[in-house]
Structures are given as C-alpha cells and as structure tokens.
Design a binder for this molecule. Sequence first.
Ligand code: ADP
Ligand code: MG
Length: 327
Amino acid sequence: PRLANQIAAGEVVERPASVIKELLENSLDAGATRLDVEIENGGIKRIKVRDNGRGIGREDLPLALARHATSKIHALEDLEAVATLGFRGEALASISSVARLVMTSSREDSGKGWQVSAEGRDMQAQLVPAAHPRGTTVDVRDLFFNTPARRKFLRTEKTEFNRVDDTIKRLALSRFDVSITLRHNGKGVHNLRAGSGRVEMERRVSQICGPAFMQNALHIDVERSGLRLWGWVAEPAFSRSQADLQFFYVNGRAIRDKVVSHAVRRAFADVLYHGRHPAFVLYLELDPASVDVNVHPTKHEVRFRDSRLVHDFLFGSLHRALASVRP
Ligand code: ADP
Ligand code: MG
C-alpha cells in the first residue's frame, strides 16, 4: 500500500506548491478563516500550514493519513463528483508517503489536542496528546527525502518559492474573507487581512498585484443575461512582468482558459496598443449548470456550455469599460 501511495503521490504531489494547495484546500474545507503558511527553502525543506478550522478529533486523526480516507463523501452526487475528479482522500496519504509529516489538531477551545506523525516508509502513525488551539497544523519536512528521482525534478529554491507564492496569491484573490500570511525562511512575505468590502478588497489586490496596478486599475462590474463580470483591469504598461498579473476566476475558482484569454486579449488590443500583456484580476460569475469545472482536478480548466456567449460577453464588457476611459 505504501508503494501505491508513492505512485499516487506523483499525481497530487509534484512540488511544494502542490502540497500547499492541497493543505490550504483542506483548511478551507474545514471552515478556516485564517491560514498561516511558513516555508523554508522554497518549501523543499519545510512547509507548515496552520488553520483555525474545526479541527480533527482523536479517532479521525490517524484516519486522515490513510489512503481513500475522506470525510467528504456524503451523498451519491458526491460519489459522482469523485468519479469525475478522480483521486480524493489521497492528498495527506500521498504527502506523508514522500515526506515527514506531523499533523496536530484540536476541536476544543481548551486547546487539548492530538498529534500524529508519519514518515515515508514508516507506516505507523503515532498518536500522542498535544496542545493546539482549535484548528489544525500540518508540518511537512524534507519533501521527497525518500524518492530521489522525484527530488531531482525540483527546481531552485527561488523557483519553488515563486510557485508557492503564485499559489498563495491565486488563492488569496479568491477568498477575501480569509486572513492569510506567508513566511519564507523566517521572513514575512504576505500579511493579508480578511475583509470583503470594496476598500479591503482593493487593499488586498494592491498588496498582491502591487500599488502601481491598483493606482491605474479600472474597476468594472457588469451584469447581463445571467452573466456577471467584475474586478479590476489595468493598462498593460503597468504590469511588472507578463503573466504575473493575470488572474481570472470562474465562480470563485482560478482558471486558465483559451476562450477567456482570447476575449480579454482582443478587448485590450482593440482599445489599447497591441503587443503588451494586459494586467487584470477578474471574476466571472454564471449559472454553475452552464460551466463544467471538473475537466481536470489539478489543472485549472473549465468548459463552458456556450463558449460563444461567454466570449462575447467578456469581450463586450471589457471593450466598453476600456473604451470609456480611453475613447
Ligand atoms: P480529502 O480532502 O479529499 O478528503 P485529504 O487526504 O486531503 O482528502 O484529507 C483527508 C481528510 O483529513 C479530510 O477528508 C478531512 O476529514 C481531514 N482533514 C485534512 N486536513 C484537515 C484540516 N486542515 N482540518 C480538518 N480536517 C482535515
Ligand atoms: Mg484534501
């Protein structure tokens, strides 16, 4: 079973950023409103995620590390979702099979909690009492310490850090209601406070995309025939570096999509100059029934039922907004 975990791990655990993505998703699933991430050496040496979610009880803690142990399948529809999403209930098992993992959790205000640890080939998860405020901390050390072949695919500390940072930024722009901090090698990188008002959201966008973006950004909010597009766009001249400042969400989920990027690029090129990459943080909201998000669980893809409609709505809305400031 350990070998199977290591094989499965290849799908979920590619690098520190993918570990962090899985851990943060678990924290959000647990209802966390505060996420504190600490990494060392780009996450290769250490990844620690602490949340204030509902925590895991003593009996469930060892189970959480077992393969196919998910607390999230309740109904028949969920099983269908699993069929489409593929592996689920495997992230923690996979991570613990290729790293040294310690998970501490408490469900109680008293701070009484429990801790399990698992280490690569060591299948035995040890359960001991431990103090922890209500919530969960997952501490992952020495990623791929027992799979040198996989470790070889890791890039430099800087590159892995950048991917972690991208993951955090992408998440932070989809959950304004959650406080998020990131520390790297003991130094603060992000300290993002929760708040869903316009001012607070713009403060966060500015923290993530830089003040130059926010100062030059045009706020848009357009709604037509069941589709809503809102967010901020800025003239390409202000984008620090290319794809760095392109965030697009469909129903709260970060995606990359050809239909979307084509519509956005065309609108910018039409109104402004050609050849530069636009900078934007945009949210498209539409009836969930008219978009299929389960194309692939880890790639950020969607399939629109009516991609023509979506394309024309995006192009039209952005074109009008940009033209209104640049006639
Ligand atoms: P999945 O998220 O698909 O269920 P995981 O391997 O990621 O599978 O997690 C296994 C289980 O461990 C989850 O279903 C959940 O019950 C529990 N769990 C993991 N992380 C947390 C967390 N941060 N807070 C509370 N429960 C958690
Ligand atoms: Mg999970």
